[in-house]
Design a binder for this molecule. Sequence first.
Ligand SMILES: Cc1cc2nc3c(=O)[nH]c(=O)nc-3n(C[C@H](O)[C@H](O)[C@H](O)COP(=O)(O)OP(=O)(O)OC[C@H]3O[C@@H](n4cnc5c(N)ncnc54)[C@H](O)[C@@H]3O)c2cc1C
Length: 273
Amino acid sequence: MTAYARPSDLTAALALLAGGGWKVLAGGTDVYPGAGAQLAGDVLDISALGALQGITRVDGLRIGACTTWSDLAEADLPPALAGLQAAARQVGGRQVQNVGTIGGNLCNASPAADGVPPLLTLEAEVELASARGVRRMPLGAYLRGPRQTVREADELLLAVLIPERALQGQGRFLKLGARAHLVISIAMVAVRCVTKGGLVTEIAVAIGACGPVAARQPGAERALTGVPLTGLADRLRPEDLNLSPIDDIRAGAAYRREAAFEMVRRALAEVAA
Ligand SMILES: Cc1cc2nc3c(=O)[nH]c(=O)nc-3n(C[C@H](O)[C@H](O)[C@H](O)COP(=O)(O)OP(=O)(O)OC[C@H]3O[C@@H](n4cnc5c(N)ncnc54)[C@H](O)[C@@H]3O)c2cc1C
């Protein structure tokens, strides 16, 4: 590290980034393990930027990029965000949750990032800012591949935006790892389900760690929309899911497929109950 800056003003932070060469640091829970013995280059610590903090309710929800997993887990949020809050409680352990941020999770863009599937079911958009201006896009368009996003080097992720229409219904998140806690996901699923008169009127299903990026499952959503809540899980068929898992150190592709199918069924059974 040759220089360290911790501005409290967004314009000042974006001006520094525009100059190039800065490594953005939020909670550091991905940056430090990835850096090895020493952080190389200049460090822009964004933890004092008020514009990136907190959860506010204006035309939906605005979640500042520096909101920690603990802040999210403990916030009073609609049941549609129960899946995101369950994910928040399963990112690492309590120490990681106290400093790790939702923005860091989305900028690191691991295929196993636990924040992504629940945010996809919430129709989340991301807001990016640079000295050149501000732009917004759906989360699915922001994520390009394993550890790849469309964020430019001079841009900060400011916030995650959840539209009012996606604050309806019940959310669920299930994660499978090699053990119960402090574990990288083998597969994780998120579901958000809206019902009326015992029927599913809207459903969003997303699966992570079973492809280069987490993705919504339109086949499953078509199969499950308009059907009775009773027996909902039994209506899902394996061919409703579009997955492209890999074999890796954590699990084989076939196991991931089977696990993801069973986890979606369990999440559906939970929302139906
Ligand atoms: C022990 C341990 C267990 C973990 N367990 C899990 C787990 O179970 N599930 C999981 O998903 N993750 C896990 N992680 C990874 C990590 O904790 C999360 O991804 C966390 O959300 C990262 O947030 P952060 O604020 O620490 O990011 P940082 O490490 O500060 O940054 C991550 C990356 O994003 C960039 N960045 C951060 N914020 C911004 C921003 N606002 N704008 C632009 N760029 C930005 C940084 O430059 C860096 O490239 C674990 C990490 C550790 C060390």
